[in-house]
Structures are given as C-alpha cells and as structure tokens.
Design a protein around this ligand. Sequence first.
Ligand SMILES: Cc1cc2nc3c(=O)[nH]c(=O)nc-3n(C[C@H](O)[C@H](O)[C@H](O)COP(=O)(O)OP(=O)(O)OC[C@H]3O[C@@H](n4cnc5c(N)ncnc54)[C@H](O)[C@@H]3O)c2cc1C
Length: 386
Amino acid sequence: MSQAIQFDPIRLPPEAEELRLEVRDFLSEEIANGGFDPHRTIMKSGFDREFSKRVGARGWIGMTWPKKYGGHERSFLERYVVTEEFRSQNAPVTSHFTADRQSGPVLLKYAEEHIKEDILPKITAGDCCFCIGLSEPNSGSDLFAASTKATRTDGGYLINGTKLWTSNAHQAEYMIGLFRTSPPTKENRRHGLTQFLVNLKQPGITVNPVRNMAGKHDFNEVLFEDLFIPDDHLLGEVDSAWKQATSELAYERSGPERFLETFYVLPELVRVIGQKPDARAAEGIGRLVAQLHTLRRMSVSVNGMLQAGKEPVIEGSIVKDVGTIWEQSLPAKARDLAAFVDDTPSNRSNFDELLQYATNIAPKLTIQGGTTEVLRGIIARGLGLR
Ligand SMILES: Cc1cc2nc3c(=O)[nH]c(=O)nc-3n(C[C@H](O)[C@H](O)[C@H](O)COP(=O)(O)OP(=O)(O)OC[C@H]3O[C@@H](n4cnc5c(N)ncnc54)[C@H](O)[C@@H]3O)c2cc1C
C-alpha cells in the first residue's frame, strides 16, 4: 500500500528546552569534575556503568515509561533533548542506551508482568545493559532468513546457532534475540521467527570478540549451544516476530544518535578554521550546518509523530538514510575544508586525530541499523514504487 511522506512541523515544547539546560549543567559538571572524558568516549569506549547509574539517578533513562516500572512518564520530545545533548557532548551512554531506546520498550509491550517488574527498574537505574541479536552469518539485511533455532523442550526452548555483529554482547546482561521456531510458509516467508529475552550470563553461550576497522572491540559473534530459555522469556507471539518489529524500527532509526556519531568533527573544524574563514570555508561550514539543521527538524518531527501515536516508518527510514550519509561524509568534507588552513601542528593535532578516527569508523554508519540500500527499498515500497 502506498502512502505519502509526511513530516509534521513539530517544535520542541518549552519543557523540553528547560530540560536541555538541566542536562547541559549536568554534563558540564560531569566533564569538569572528571565524571567522564569526552575524548576518551570517542576514541576508546563509551561504556561506563557508573556514568549510566548517575544518569539513571537523574531520571533520564526510561523517561517515557510508566512510573510503576521505574519510568518517568515524560514525553518522547523530552527524551529527544536528553539524547541530543548526550550525543553532542560525547557522553558515554553505551551501557544503557540500547535498553533505553529499544529493549525496554519491547519488554514493556511483550514481556510477562514479573519480568517487567524485575528488569525495567534495573534499566532505569542505569544498571542493566542489553544487546540486540538479529544478524547472523548468513542473514543481515534479510533478517527473515535467520536460522538460529529455538526448539521446543520441557518448560521452554533450546537455542542453537550463531548471532553476528552483536554490539556489546560482551558487556550486556541480556539480549533480545530473534530465533527460528518454525520454517517459513509458502504464503509468508517472514513467518516462523520469535523474539526471546536471553539471559547472557547462563551456560550455553560463548561470546567471541570481532574487532572493527578502528581496532575497537564493540561487536561480537555469539554462539548458542543448547542454551535453555524458559517459557516466560518468550516475547509476544510464537512465529510472529515480524509483526512486532515495525514500530520498534522507527524508534531505532530516527533519533539524533543516527546523525551525530561523527558530529565532534564539526566543532573542531570550526575551531581550527578560526574566526575569519575565507569564502570557501565559510560556505562549506554553512552548508554543513544548514544540512544538520534540516536533518534535526526532520528527526524532531518523527519523534513528535511517535509521541502522537503515529507510525512514521518511512519518515524514520528517510532520517536514517539521509542522516547517516551526512555523518559519513562529514570527515571527508572537513578534511577538504581544512586542507589549506595555515595553522600550527599543535593546534591541529586534536582535529587531525578526531578526523582520522571518524574516517575509520565512517564506513559502518550506513550499515548499522539497516543498510542504505535496504532502507531505500522500504521507502520505495512505502511510496508504492515497488
Ligand atoms: C557497527 C555495527 C553494529 C552492528 N550491531 C548489530 C547488533 O547489535 N545486532 C545485530 O543484530 N546486528 C548488528 N549489526 C549488523 C547489521 O545490522 C548488518 O550488518 C546489516 O543488517 C547488513 O547485513 P550484512 O552485514 O549481512 O550485509 P548483507 O545483508 O549481506 O548486505 C551486503 C550488501 O548488499 C546490500 N543488500 C542486501 N540486500 C539488499 C536488497 N534487498 N536490496 C538492495 N541491496 C541489498 C546491502 O545494502 C549491502 O550493501 C551491526 C553492524 C554494524 C556495522
């Protein structure tokens, strides 16, 4: 079915802008008293459990969730501002971010009551890390080809197979995994997959590191050998995970984290170019800022539509597509614009170091969370073009 693209003209409400000031104060204090080092977050690791606990104590994890599970019943737009400030200041959010953005909402919707009561408050306290087990060696973009099996046994399921590219599996307590419970049917090749909550600290799981191009250990291969998952860890309907994934993906794809991953290059570029840019540099920086501003308006719009209970799946995909292309091309543009800056090497060294790092990680940006080609397929299908 085709639908038109619709970006509602949404502005952040005053309470979100007030919250922004509170978050900025918190982050400035954290940086000033050594709570975290933004440079370290970028170059080494964004995983910091103690920082996540301090964020949890401020009420900034699970912000939109019901209070009875430790949430704060605030709006998606308030959550947006917190994410935006944390990302632009390079705060180390890895320990809690996946659970906050994705896994917690899945549990809220599909988990049994006692699981929600047990796990959600740990997430909001910043003391519980989740990872996402979708991709496999032979199924990435084509998620519905997943073959890791969940076989029925007494009181639950036995899991056998491999997940790949699983970010943070080596640090997480839980995974939300997509496993095959039945073969696909002729009528529906997406049939037969089921979502489960996986406790990663159990026997039957081996986590092997996979280093990325920048040499960092962020993602992993996860092997399952007769891992037992009890019945109450089933999430939603057996064989019907494909029905559950659609709205979740709009959250995954449209936030400011989807275009701010190399943002740190931009303020450094402005600093290195200095107070009196020539016409070429001024125009280049002007374009980058104008593009970023537009992206941000689109992303705020998608989050406002989610807040209003809509499902902006196409719009979310567009934000991810355009956003990741922007953040991916930023390092090369910055290198170009700063090429003729006549500056002392010491003043350039931080810029050059960040630029080198951003260049190394740039290729992944249009792959993680759904590749550009696949997103464009979704957009084309939504527009009735295929
Ligand atoms: C940094 C990073 C973190 C990640 N973290 C996780 C994670 O935590 N959990 C997880 O489950 N996965 C994770 N992934 C995996 C990611 O989701 C997959 O890599 C991605 O879905 C692509 O799958 P693939 O690598 O198998 O490539 P393939 O699916 O084999 O794609 C190869 C190429 O073919 C193109 N292609 C494939 N199908 C089509 C099509 N139908 N039409 C047009 N072109 C097509 C793709 O766009 C791509 O260019 C991560 C990946 C990265 C880079």
